[in-house]
Design a protein around this ligand. Sequence first.
Ligand code: GLN
Length: 232
Amino acid sequence: KKIEPKKSEYVIASDTAFAPFEFQNTDNKYEGIDVDLLNKAAEMQGFKLKWNHIGFAGAVQAVQGNQADAMIAGMTITDERKQSFDFSDPYFESGIQLAIKKDNDEIKTYADLKGKKVGAKIGTESADFLQKNKAKYGYTIKQYDTADGLYDSVRGGQIDAIMDDYPVIGYAISQGQELATPIKRESGGSYGFAVKKGQAPELLEMFNEALTEMKRTGEYDKILDKYIADGN
Ligand code: GLN
């Protein structure tokens, strides 16, 4: 089914570095699962996109402030976010996980984080999780604007651990980053394409139609396989 776009172009906000969902390749072009899925959906449904890779918290603000029509940024669908966003059908099952430097043998459980510094990206599920469990485990939180800063800090030893989405940590490790994940990941949380609540329902509809079709034809698996080896 083809849905009629209501705008000549939709502005899409996204993260700057959230590999394998969006990241700059060696030609400084953005690619990744989110980028490929939405570009393909636009091609299939016949709508135009303008990408703005501005960071996760920036994307949330851009959509809420009407500077962008939608965001795709490995964004977890949560009840809290549903108060201000409408989401597409879920397109990827994720979950968050703790990561430490590979040679760190002090941290094996959350309780080992007592007195340690733990980092996460501003405005994310991981930052929320750390905030919620801070009193229980007795760590301090450092917030970062970008993944680069976050990952550099844990590898450089400025912080003891980070919390991030498991496929992103998995991808970093597969790319040779010396990290380890001693604690089982927190389950749950699916990614959705999001618009500001009550706005641009046709955009979600077009995405959902294309997603269903991509799953049927195998295009969806093809895109995932391009970036994630063995289902990660
Ligand atoms: N999935 C996480 C969230 O929604 C992180 C997203 C991101 O950092 N791009 O908060």
